[in-house]
Design a protein. Structure first.
Length: 602
């Protein structure tokens, strides 16, 4: 089995019907806080009593108003005949019949027997609302029909009865009516194959004996299951311990011995051959991550049929390294299962090969589900890899500003907090690769700029681009204007030659030199800067090669013992000016506010 679609309407942050499309393999839900990621997993639990109607100005325009009373959910499952037979009981299985199939019962029987032998697939839709559950089974590959357990009149169906689990079925035409108990039977059966793990759900650590080693969906029977595995399949148990050690290097062994009829789950920091039971740590005294991982590994290694494993915000209970190891293990050892994960950031994109990704976008009133198709996802990953960009640098930002290089990438975020505090936190600042191509002859600047602009439109995961901000360098004003125009305003240039042109302040340089262990005075620094500027008599202050000027000043004053480093010193100089002499950055502040279309400050 696997879940195909989860549909939600009028529940918590979801108002209009939203569908989350899933696929076999790994599925990722991403979004900001309170965007509905956990809500989707709540629906995946398929509890009929779930209800919490959406409340916002759209549903309650006036104070004290009432909301629409009903939350609606649909869960679509793809399954197969053998699985259905196991879940509802082997002695009797109903299959829907179309009106066309009814015209020739003998042909219908032969067709069904042929499909049953081939373990035909079908779709099952669970409709949950008002504490009720309805099920609609559609078996197009069998006889082209479907039946709905909520209909008032009887629906024709093929009833297959089995005298023994291995016997051929007896075939009769029967009726399935609205009072048939199949909906609840289907629901409870498929629910047992959906597991959910998060930081709040702690698997059981102390439990009495159970009937068998099948782990319940809450993992409350985990201690008994581990004991059962160790007693009945020592190879699988040792494999589980080895995988657990990969994820948590400090854990060498897991076991659940019985004492007084109670099985208690514990971990050993050493191999059991050392016989150091005194070093055992009860899982109840360890973090939730350990118990959750043990339960996941147990399902992966013991389940004979595909299961659905939902992992809610794994970063909340697992270290990033442990999470990467877990995902690698799930991908290699548990490829038959379906995984549904939620995350604030899509860093797991690089950890596994995703089958689907959905962005849950809260617009301030309600959440909209935006699927990221496979082609777009691979294209996006390719573009980002080519540019040396991590998708985590872009996600959950409202905009991205591309800049000249590493120095600007380090310095401008601090400048934005000084100049544009209202948008600084929501703006990603990333450096552009190969900026020299913008000025080469024969290169169309607009075409090069489109490579970066395309990232803003290739996926809902990437925020819109503000512009590409470059140093003026030695370009003339007319050349800068030409490149800006040809790029449709995508390319913009600093008013001065480079960021260092704003840093040639004696007080700031003196403070930076003192932080590097060189005692000096502002007067001494000012004199050194003046000497360097004098070497460029025909160059305007704004167009000076300021990085070279500062490098020579630092080298001269330190007798070459200290080297001016742009990535270290430029961000520090600008930060000092923002704190101690903010007026020195007035021009830069005004320019940045213009770039972001913000009103000027007083």
């Amino acid at each position: 089995m696997y879940v195909e679609t989860i549909a939600i309407e009028n529940y918590k942050v979801f108002l209009d019907r939203q569908e989350v499309q899933l696929a076999p393999g790994f599925n990722l839900l991403v979004g900001s806080n309170n965007s509905g990621k956990t809500t989707v997993l709540d629906v995946l639990d398929m509890n009929p009593g779930l209800s919490d109607p959406h409340r916002s100005v759209r549903t309650v325009p006036k104070h004290g108003g009432a909301t629409a009373p009903t939350s609606r959910f649909e869960v679509f499952i793809r399954s197969a005949y053998d699985e259905l037979r196991q879940l509802v009981g082997w002695n009797q299985v109903p299959l829907p019949l179309s009106q066309v199939a009814l015209r020739d019962a003998a042909l219908t029987e032969g067709h069904i027997r042929e499909r049953v032998a081939a373990n035909f697939p079908f779709d099952l839709r669970f409709d949950l609302a008002n504490g009720q559950v309805a099920a609609r089974l559609t078996a197009d590959d069998c006889v082209g029909g479907s039946f709905d357990t909520t209909v008032g009149s009887a629906v024709p169906a093929a009833i297959l009865r089995y005298s023994t689990p291995t016997a051929d079925p007896q075939f009769t035409i029967g009726a399935v009516g609205g009072t048939a108990p199949y909906a609840s039977s289907y629901l409870s059966g498929y629910q047992r194959r959906i597991y959910r793990f998060n930081a709040q759900r702690r698997p059981g650590t102390d439990v009495a004996a159970q009937n068998d080693g099948t782990l319940d969906r809450e993992a409350s029977y985990l201690p008994f299951c581990i004991n059962h595995l160790q007693s009945n399949d020592s190879y699988a148990h040792r494999t589980l311990c080895g995988l657990l050690n990969r994820i948590f290097p400090s854990v060498k062994w897991v076991e659940a011995p019985s004492s007084g009829g109670i099985f208690r789950l514990r971990c050993l920091p050493c191999d059991p051959s050392m016989r150091r039971d005194d070093l055992a740590i009860p899982v109840a005294k360890m973090g939730t991550g350990v118990g959750n991982v043990i339960a996941m590994l147990y399902v992966v290694l013991t389940a004979r049929e595909p299961q659905v494993i939902a992992i809610d915000e794994p970063n909340a209970f697992l270290h990033p390294r442990a999470l990467r190891e877990l995902l690698a293990i799930l991908e290699s050892e548990g490829s038959q299962h379906q995984y549904v994960m939620t995350a604030h950031s899509p860093d797991v994109i690089t950890a596994v090969n995703l089958s689907s990704m959905t962005l849950l976008d809260f617009d301030g009133t309600a959440t909209v589900a935006k699927p990221i198709n496979e082609v777009s996802l691979h294209d996006l990953r390719g573009h980002l890899a080519d540019l040396g960009i991590r998708i985590t640098d872009l996600h959950s930002r409202d905009r991205v500003l591309w800049v000249e290089g590493q120095t600007e990438e380090l310095a401008i975020p601090d400048l934005l907090r000084h100049a544009c505090p209202e948008i600084a936190a929501s703006t990603a600042v990333l450096r552009v690769e190969r900026t020299g191509t913008f000025s080469k002859k024969g290169v169309d600047p607009s075409e090069v700029a489109k490579l970066y602009a395309r990232l803003s439109t290739s996926s809902a995961l990437v925020p819109p681009m503000v512009c590409i901000l470059l140093d003026a360098e030695s370009r003339s004003r007319s050349e800068r204007n030409r490149i800006t125009a040809e790029s449709n305003d995508v390319l913009k240039f600093l008013p001065r030659r480079m960021l260092e042109n704003y840093c040639m302040d004696a007080d700031a340089v003196s403070a930076q030199l003192e932080s590097l262990g060189l005692e000096t005075t502002s007067e001494t620094v000012d004199a050194a800067i003046t000497r360097e500027i004098a070497k460029h008599p025909n160059v305007h202050y704004m167009d000076l090669p300021a990085a070279d000027v500062l490098a020579n000043v630092v080298s001269d004053l330190s007798s070459t013992k200290i080297e001016f480093r742009k990535t270290r010193d430029t961000p520090s100089l600008l930060a000092w000016l923002a704190r101690h002499k903010p007026s020195a950055l007035d021009e830069l502040r005004s320019f940045l506010r213009t770039v972001f279309s913000l009103p000027p400050t007083v």
